[in-house]
Every structure is written in structure tokens, then in C-alpha cells.
Design a binder for this molecule. Structure first.
Ligand code: HPA
Length: 245
């Protein structure tokens, strides 16, 4: 049985330290997932890994087949999904290089296939999305980050933008007024689709930069430095998390 599925984001196209057991190509009614599922062993657990942007990082956020990815994971019997995501920090304490475990979402994406419930319905379905992330898995992430003595923020609101361009400074000010603490391009519809499939889904955000207009540094230069720093923490987080599961 697979203990945890990990969806890797920017900076995590492969999983360091995973002992690969096999790769599995899954066909779905929604088309192709971002790549084959990589089954492996990590910290004495069975994990399955999927690179959201493809193993060569060629699929932009608005072109990711979120439905196929979630359906593929569900179809192999996965119950828990950890989504890794590079983000920009909006709130002052969302520091580049730190991790964050968001507990809320505001969705600004558009024209993405965002539901499984649109065809051949027995009846119209509205999933409860009051709390978009699985709180039990989130608490395990927090405990793991504490155990591994990582630099992290335990909650926050993730604003999901359409991309692939970065935001304007005014858009970030609007998101701040809306209550967003973090900004990323892949959090939705992934989280909602996972809920529709009754998967326990939580996000580990890797803060790669200060959001547009929040820093004088060049945004790409920041991403280059801090994504790596953040990712160095991810390995330790995963090992600690897998012991918690
Ligand atoms: N905005 C949106 N997505 C991101 C950012 C950002 O500043 N940094 C990393 N992913």
C-alpha cells in the first residue's frame, strides 16, 4: 500500500533520496497525467511521486492536467496527497526560504478544468470546501517541521493565480486586501479536485521570493536563491513526516 503521494512542484521535479521501485503509466478518462507515477521507498515508507510540471519541467501551471493527475493518484488507491508548491510571500512573515502550510485558499484562476462533477451526473454535487486542506495531514506536517527544526509558518491563505506570468504590484496589493498571505499558480483547482475525490490533501508551500512589489530584489534572482534553500528543508520535512504517518 502506498503511504503517501507527493506532487512535486517547481524545484522538485525529482525526489532526492527516493529509491525508485517502478514507474507506472496511468491512462485516465481525462487524458494524460503530467507523467508516469514513480513508485518508490523513502524513509522506509512506500511513496508515489508525480512531477506536476512534467519530469523535464515543460508544463506551465495553466496547462497542467490537474484532473488527470488527481484521478491517476486516486485510481491506484492513494489516500493522502502532499502537494509541494513554490510560492511568493505576501505577508511580511512569509520569508523567502521558509516553508508554509496554508489552511485557506482564494482562487483567482480561470478557464482550467476544475471539477469532476460536470457530466453524466446522477445529481448535482457541491463538495464542502469550507476547509480546503485536510487538517489531520496539515497537523502532521506541522509536527514534522517542528521535529526537524525547520523554519516554517503553520497557517496562511494561499491565493492561486492563473500565471504563467508573475503578478503586478497592484494585483498583490489587492490580494493582500483579500486576505491572501501567499501567492502561487498551482494550488487550484488541484485542491478542489482532490476534495472531490475524497483524498486527504495538504500543501507544503516553499516560499521562493517576496511577492511582486514587496521587495527591491530582482524577483527571479530571489527565486533562484531561495527555492534551493527551501528545497533543502523539504527533504528533512519528508523524512520526519513519513515517520509521523
Ligand atoms: N507568484 C506566483 N507564483 C509564484 C511566485 C509568485 O511570486 N513565486 C513562486 N511561484
Amino acid at each position: 500500500m502506498t503511504d503517501l503521494a507527493i506532487i512535486g512542484g517547481t524545484g522538485l521535479a525529482s525526489l532526492n533520496g527516493i529509491e525508485i521501485v517502478r514507474r507506472e503509466v496511468v491512462y485516465t478518462p481525462y487524458g494524460e497525467p503530467s507523467g508516469p507515477l514513480t513508485h518508490g521507498r523513502l524513509a522506509d515508507r512506500n511513496v508515489v511521486f508525480l512531477a506536476r510540471h512534467g519530469y523535464a519541467h515543460t508544463i506551465p501551471p495553466h496547462k497542467v492536467n490537474y484532473r488527470a493527475n488527481i484521478w491517476a493518484l486516486k485510481s491506484i488507491g492513494v489516500q493522502q496527497v502532499l502537494a509541494m508548491a513554490a510560492v511568493g510571500g505576501i505577508r511580511a512573515d512569509m520569508r523567502p526560504g521558509w516553508l508554509a502550510f496554508p489552511n485557506q485558499i482564494v482562487d483567482y484562476t480561470y478557464r482550467r478544468a476544475h471539477t469532476f462533477f460536470e457530466q453524466d451526473l446522477e445529481r448535482v454535487t457541491h463538495v464542502d470546501f469550507t476547509h480546503p486542506y485536510d487538517e489531520a495531514l496539515r497537523q502532521k506536517l506541522i509536527a514534522a517541521a517542528q521535529a526537524a527544526r525547520l523554519q516554517f509558518v503553520a497557517a496562511g491563505t494561499y491565493g492561486a493565480t492563473q500565471g504563467p506570468r508573475l503578478e503586478t504590484a497592484a494585483e498583490i496589493r489587492r490580494m493582500e486586501r483579500d486576505g491572501c498571505d501567499l501567492v502561487g499558480m498551482t494550488g487550484m483547482p488541484e485542491a478542489a479536485l482532490a476534495r472531490e475525490q475524497q483524498l486527504a490533501y495538504a500543501c507544503c508551500a516553499v516560499i521562493a521570493n517576496r511577492a511582486a512589489g514587496k521587495s527591491r530584489e530582482d524577483i527571479h534572482a530571489e527565486i533562484e536563491v531561495y527555492l534551493k534553500k527551501g528545497m533543502d528543508q523539504v527533504r528533512a520535512l519528508l523524512e520526519a513526516l513519513l515517520q509521523e504517518l
